[in-house]
Design a protein around this ligand. Structure first.
Ligand code: SIN
Ligand code: CO
Length: 400
């Protein structure tokens, strides 16, 4: 089980993101189109203070339930060790990196960084990964199929990049998918607070600097996923089959004639199966449901701690007095009047207050003031509280 550290404030504690342009201009000019280097996207010193010391962060790599990898490079080649990690090299040792995946779900600092990127849809978010590296540490030249913001938290990292190419070849038999050839077209050294945005398919190599005045090299990768057709259909067809109404019909062939060609697929069996396949036509309602469930599905590592169900009376009182906030692991999305939470369609309409909960990820006592017992939202919030999907209090005391 991962450690339960999952509380965060609603406001990034290290200031707002400076892209050097408006989010609007960024999404128009750069998103999915071309890289962008931003010097001092955040205040470097505020970032470093908020993230704390590298050794503390590295402790998370020893924990169960946090996806971590140690990548080491030596004259014998590359070695990858999957966490929980027992042995982590010292910060003075060269050529190693620890990667901590999905930190936004468990580490408040990572969640705070993420808040600043919510000018992009939650449905596109993958996760926040943080790397800690010894001098010259890195994961080698590679490509990602995701958009990524590479934010330097502390120390220095030297980045080289090259545009997408149809001719990329990978080194065979290494545990990482590394490029056989890499001819960088641009390079920069990033200092704390600097950030590099890369669209999918751009080759890149980040090499940690010496652990000097700027401290050990820590880089946060804020990654945005785009589903592939295979990923979506894989999910949707399975879910669709599970959700078909009525009893599950089974093929039957009473009175079948004896066959002289036992290997031949019988035409009646062929026709029955084709008929079931052709029945799979999604109307808007089915499509909307499958899309919402798919996009709001939490990662497989996610688990929620259930909490005792409050009785309806005290629950309404608590809501009106303190409001609620979504658990950082909860994925809540809406489409039209449908709300989806953690892979399920909510049993009520996505009205103004529900959409507000999803967009702002909390409801204040004021937002809840007009709620009363007759409203289905009150019961739904109570159930979600019981499941550990949300918590009492719009904010965490002392953090905002
Ligand atoms: C790193 O932080 O070392 C690697 C991030 C990346 O290249 O995607
Ligand atoms: Co990468």
């Amino acid at each position: 089980m991962p450690p339960r550290l999952s509380e965060h404030s609603h406001v990034p504690l290290f200031g707002t993101l400076n892209l050097g342009m408006s989010p609007q201009a960024f999404t128009k000019k750069h998103w999915q189109r071309k890289p962008l280097l931003v010097r001092q996207a955040f205040s470097g010193s505020a970032l470093q203070t908020r993230f704390g010391a590298a050794p503390d962060l590295l402790q998370l790599a020893r924990a169960d339930g946090i996806e971590s990898r140690l990548i080491q490079q030596s004259s014998r080649g590359w070695k990858v060790t999957h966490g929980p990690l027992e042995h982590i090299p010292s910060l003075r040792t060269a050529r190693w990196t620890v990667l901590l995946q999905g930190l936004d779900l468990v580490w408040p600092q990572a969640r705070d960084v993420l808040e600043a990127f919510r000018f992009l849809p939650d449905a596109r978010l993958d996760d926040v990964m943080v790397s800690v590296a010894g001098p010259q540490g890195g994961v080698g030249a590679h490509l990602d199929s995701y958009d990524v913001f590479l934010l330097q938290v502390s120390g220095e990292r030297h980045w080289s990049i090259a545009p997408p190419s149809p001719h990329h070849q990978f080194i065979p038999e290494v545990p990482l998918k590394l490029l056989a050839e890499f001819h960088p077209t641009e390079q920069w050294t990033l200092l704390p607070g600097d950030m590099l945005y890369l669209p999918p398919g751009w080759a890149h190599n980040g090499v940690a600097g010496a652990t000097g005045g700027a401290g050990p090299c820590m880089t946060a990768s804020i990654g945005f996923r785009a589903p592939s057709r295979h990923e979506f259909l894989n999910y949707a067809l399975q879910r669709w089959a599970d959700d078909l109404p009525g009893p599950d019909p089974r093929f039957a062939d009473p009175g079948r004639a004896a066959t002289a060609k036992p290997a031949q697929i019988p035409s009646d069996l062929d026709a029955a199966l084709e008929h079931w396949l052709r029945q799979l036509k999604a109307d808007r309602r089915t499509a909307q449901q499958l899309i919402g469930e798919f996009l709001s599905e939490p990662k497989p590592v996610v688990w929620f701690e259930s909490q005792p169900l409050l009785a309806p009376g005290p629950w309404l009182k608590t809501l009106r007095k303190q409001g609620v906030r979504l658990d950082p692991q909860s994925r809540a999305l809406y489409s039209g009047d449908k709300l989806f939470i953690n892979g399920e369609a909510a049993p009520l309409k996505a009205d103004r207050i529900m959409r507000r909960l999803a967009d702002q990820r909390f409801l204040t006592a004021e937002d809840c003031a007009s709620l009363d017992d007759s409203m289905p939202i009150v019961g739904a919030l109570r159930q979600w509280h019981g499941l550990g999907w949300l918590h009492i209090g719009a904010t965490i005391e002392g953090l905002s």
